[in-house]
Design a protein around this ligand. Structure first.
Ligand code: ZN
Length: 69
């Protein structure tokens, strides 16, 4: 079966902080801290043990993703 070869790598802590700052700012359109392209966002995802909703963001050109609250 031909599965797409998107194998995400996680963002660095510094990059995650930049993405989280964008989420906190309430912006609808998140941009990738590496390429400044459009980040794809999934969420908010409710995690039972978490106090904040989680978001899964990914950038296909960079093959990076992050799962953060
Ligand atoms: Zn990117």
């Amino acid at each position: 079966m031909a599965e797409d070869s998107f194998t995400p790598v996680t963002y660095s802590p510094e990059e995650r902080n930049k993405i989280r700052a964008q989420i906190d700012s309430g912006t609808k359109q998140l941009s990738c801290p590496r390429c400044e392209g459009k980040l794809e966002v999934e969420g908010p995802i409710t995690v039972p043990t978490a106090t904040r909703p989680y978001y899964r963001v990914s950038c296909k050109p960079c093959r990076r993703m992050a799962f953060l609250s």
